[in-house]
Design a protein around this ligand. Sequence first.
Ligand code: KG4
Ligand code: ZN
Length: 341
Amino acid sequence: MLVLGLESSCDETAAAVVDGGRRALSDVIASQVEMHARYGGVVPELASRAHVANMVPVVEQALAAAGVGLDDIGGVAVTQGPGLIGALLVAVQMGKGIAYARGLPLIGVHHLEGHLSAVQLEPEPPPMPHLALVVSGGHTSLIRVEPGGVLVELGATRDDAAGEAFDKVAKLLGLGYPGGVVVDRLARTGDPQAVVLPRPMVKKETGYEFSFSGLKTAVLVHVRAHGVPTGQALADLCASFQATVVEALVRKTRQAARDTGLAHVQVCGGVAANSRLRSEMSAAGSEDGFRVYIPPPARCTDNAAMIAAAGAARLARGERSGWDLHADSALPLPGTRAASR
Ligand code: KG4
Ligand code: ZN
């Protein structure tokens, strides 16, 4: 069955057609980055308006690129939340409109479940159960992914998400928005040991929890003392900050893999596009004996193919959303069980 996926939770308007929940026939994204960059971050009202303008052309492009028409589509999946409420509304209403007009099943999807499903579009997805590190602009969690859509959260960040830390540090270094990818690029020519920064949550009793706000403050203190660096010093600071974040993410993931005995680990969400996280996690997997699965960078950041993949799995289990499906900016992760520890 072909599922049309729609995503508009933040600053990307996206539509995709996915076959059998496993193969993306098209994956179209209209980015608003340029528009928001001049304000140093996403302006919610501008995002909503751009989604309204972009959604129809993006859906048309997704169908055309897949070489199909609406007659070929068997179901519609939309991001229900969390995200910016005015932005979310656009994909939800578009999805409802198409599904209602065509008599198709509609399914609302949690954005993180979308990120967790991106790996299903790879030739060899991880078996269930597996461990997942979700690292995006809004979330940083270690999750045990079980069959049937059951998610067990083992730990999360106490404050900033990893992507948020990248974005805030980029902003205070004058690198603009969005920051993660710029820090990643500059860090390539920097020395990760040049600036000593506090390693977050190293104590054992912090379990699988993360914290990144102290690290961000440490970079701020460094900048206040030494000024905003340029040239090699800027690359060194980016490399040091990035290495500290990656070290914390990899250390906790290793610990969780060891404690749970899970031998398959996926990394997803925008920060999974980070080159150092990708290489360090793979190295940790080789050393500790777990297999690492990370979608290609374009499937780590927001896209609609992951929403279609997540929706296809729910539709295949016979689930349907009603016509009263509503956008929810604070939607809790469905099927979540707290870890018994
Ligand atoms: O998943 P995503 O596209 O949107 C959310 O659901 O939040 O993640 C966006 C986040 C941003 O914070 C962005 O700076 C970060 O992912 N990001 C990166 C990289 N590419 C995107 N962080 C570090 N290195 C990257 N290469
Ligand atoms: Zn996302």
